[in-house]
Design a protein around this ligand. Structure first.
Ligand code: ADP
Ligand code: MG
Length: 640
């Protein structure tokens, strides 16, 4: 073949500068694009073998090798796939690949926000020019009598094609890196990028460092950060030559039938992919061929109790090629709290994010995933309640978040939301309502913090009343949501009000008179004329004072805190809703009533108020200092 030159004429003289400058943060995808082209080439050759148009020679080991040379600043990617004839290079590289890249750029050149394209899919072969100033292809087609082809292009719009010298079927691509991209010829960087994008591609991928001393073959498994195949050590016989290990896992677990996967395999996969050494609670294996193709595994991780946060990752794949993490346009937002992989070959990826958002097909996929999750959870409730309850503490924030975000999910989960009561027993909402029907119709009492609310919990227990535990931040919006859906139902925190059950019967008038006196006294001694005081005759004489906090005001403040306004003065958001409850059955309170002029009245008033506050929340620093000083003073009086 005589030397040919030509120009990549699709009236875009400056396509390369654009490719180079563009997508700055995602330059590394060229590895994915070139390696996946190699995979495609091998898959095609295997297909030809199956249909009898080609016979794969014996002992062929299909593989892709990536050789990096940091000294020469080159990357060589070699596959033993289908190869190309000169005509095919003309058609697939000069025309198809180029027009693919041109179309891709045309579609996105006006988009200022590079975030808009998911995984930058579709740029293909020409993504090489994001990192290389010169690219060569040497290829030999599988076809009988085919001649090797050499192609090269230096990043202008001109290419050169001539007969090459490749003598094995397949394709070799060499990138001569530009000076901004030398990093990609570094072995560790290369490993990192390939692991990120190619961990589950269907052909063995090997990494070779051409600068490494010859005697010591590169151990691809040397780094712990490679996602798969970390068990290469055949260290029993040191002399035995170490076989290189591919960087990837050709048959990812999600492609297997769920019946063929063992529990250990699921856990192992989880550890390797998410580097999380705590065991997942359980998982859902999605496996669907119709009406669309979708496979994946979703894991329910253990809650990170230290921070009480939910942080998931859902990795999206397209035919075993990694696209991106946490694409919220495809995966329902609440599912991003889980950890998992989803492979969906049918996803339209070469489109902008906003197009995905409005895509009916994508919506179907997302609905399907969310339905599957609800099915799994409700199934577990019905057939394996014991485990469901065991996991509840970890999974409930996730489920509640899902209910808040996704109406359909909420409907499906409606009967499977459970509440843990004071004795540790679990009940559904209707069971709670049934239990309270007689004495507290439509009311559900709850505890958010067992330590802070212990005094109230004791009162409840004394009167054989029940309450449920709602300890997570998500519970505040969640119970509001439940109240909206179940019109008459009211959730009341255990310290919001004192139930009549705790009180003795007494005449209203008597209490009113005492209340007026004590309000005046406390407001005066505490120098706070806004202090709300209420007198009750509690059965338990040992209780002197308590604080109740109005449910609405408190929820309002919880919301403010949740929106990060915690440091602000709470009174900015309306009344604090706090009421000081004094027990007219208590000796100290009676003493104050009878001796308002006592020299100790101020001490007692202040101490009673602080004690009531203390059992409900930590004192502010200044109040704490005063409280300690006053406590010492009281003890001094004892020994006078
Ligand atoms: P796509 O992979 O989406 O078709 P690319 O730009 O990546 O687009 O590649 C364009 C075409 O070039 C491919 O469809 C294929 O026919 C050909 N090609 C690219 N790389 C190889 C390779 N390593 N072996 C054989 N053919 C290849
Ligand atoms: Mg491609």
């Amino acid at each position: 073949m005589s030397k040919q030159t030509g120009s990549l004429s699709i009236n875009s003289e400056n396509i390369f500068p654009i490719i180079k400058k563009w997508l700055y943060s995602d330059h590394d995808i060229f590895y994915r694009e070139l390696i996946s082209n190699g995979c495609d080439a091998i898959t095609k050759l295997k297909k030809l073998d199956i249909i009898g148009e080609y016979t794969i020679p014996e002992n062929t080991e299909f593989q892709i090798t990536v050789s990096v040379n940091q000294e020469q600043k080159t990357i060589t990617i070699t596959d033993n796939g289908i190869g190309m004839t000169a005509d095919e290079v003309g058609e697939y590289i000069n025309q198809i690949a180029f027009s693919g890249a041109a179309a891709f750029l045309e579609q996105y050149k006006d988009k200022t926000n590079e975030e808009q394209i998911i995984g930058h899919f579709g740029l293909g072969f020409y993504s090489a020019f994001m990192v290389a100033e010169r690219v060569t292809i040497d290829t030999l087609s599988y076809r009988e009598g085919a001649k090797p082809v050499h192609w090269e292009c230096d990043g202008g719009t001109e290419y050169e094609m001539s007969e090459g010298d490749k003598d094995t079927v397949g394709t070799q691509i060499v990138l001569y890196l530009n000076e901004d991209s030398y990093e990609f010829s570094n072995e560790y960087r290369a490993r990192e990028v390939i692991t990120k994008y190619c961990s589950f591609m269907p052909v063995d991928i090997f990494l070779i460092n051409e600068n490494a001393p010859k005697e010591e073959p590169v151990e691809n498994n040397a780094q712990t950060d490679s996602a798969v195949n970390e068990d290469n050590t055949d260290g029993e016989d040191e002399k035995e030559e170490k076989k290189p290990v591919p960087l990837n896992e050709k048959n990812p677990l999600w492609n297997k039938h769920p019946n063929d996967c063992t529990e250990e395999e699921y856990k192992e996969f989880y550890r390797k992919v998410f580097h999380d050494y705590r065991e997942p609670l359980f998982w859902i294996h999605l496996n669907m061929d119709y009406p669309f193709n979708l496979k994946g595994i979703l894991y329910f991780p253990k809650l990170n109790t230290e921070y009480d946060t939910l942080e998931g990752t859902i990795k999206l794949y397209n035919n075993q090629v990694f696209i991106a993490d946490n694409i919220k346009e495809v995966i329902p937002e609440f599912l991003l709290l889980l950890k998992g992989v989803i492979d969906c070959p049918d996803l339209p990826l070469n489109v902008s994010r906003s197009a995905l958002q409005n895509d009916g097909f994508v919506k179907k996929i997302s609905d399907y995933i969310s339905k599957k999750v609800a099915d799994k959870l409700s199934g577990m409730y019905k057939t394996d309640k014991e485990n469901y309850e065991k996991y509840w503490d970890d999974i409930n924030p996730f489920i509640k978040f899902g209910c808040l975000k996704d109406e359909k999910f909420a409907e499906k989960m409606n009967d499977y939301i459970i509440f843990k009561d004071l004795s540790g027993k679990y009940m559904t909402l209707s069971e709670c309502l049934e239990e309270n029907k007689e004495h507290h119709e439509n009311k559900i009492f709850y505890v958010t913090n067992e330590q802070e609310q212990s005094q109230y919990i004791n009162l409840f227990k004394e009167e054989h009343m029940n309450a449920v535990l709602l300890r997570h931040n998500i519970d505040t919006p969640f119970i509001t949501h439940l109240e909206q859906k179940n019109e008459n139902v009211k959730f009341i925190r255990i310290d919001a009000d004192l139930s009549d059950a705790f009180k003795e019967e007494t005449s209203e008038d008597e209490l009113k008179e005492i209340q007026e006196k004590l309000t005046e006294l406390f407001q005066n001694k505490l120098k706070n004329d806004k202090l709300e005081v209420k007198v009750d005759k509690l059965k338990n004489e040992a209780i002197s004072s308590m604080i109740t906090v109005n449910e609405e005001s408190r929820r309002m403040q919880d919301m403010m805190k949740a929106y990060g306004m915690a440091g602000m003065d709470p009174s900015m958001f309306g009344p604090t809703g706090e009421t000081l409850i004094l027990n007219s059955n208590n000796r100290l309170v009676r003493y104050l009533l009878d001796n308002p002029e006592s020299e100790h009245a101020e001490l007692i008033c202040c101490q009673l108020y602080d004690l009531a506050s203390l059992s409900y929340r930590p004192l502010a620093p200044a109040a704490m200092t005063k409280f300690i000083a006053r406590s010492n003073e009281i003890m001094n009086i004892l020994i006078q």
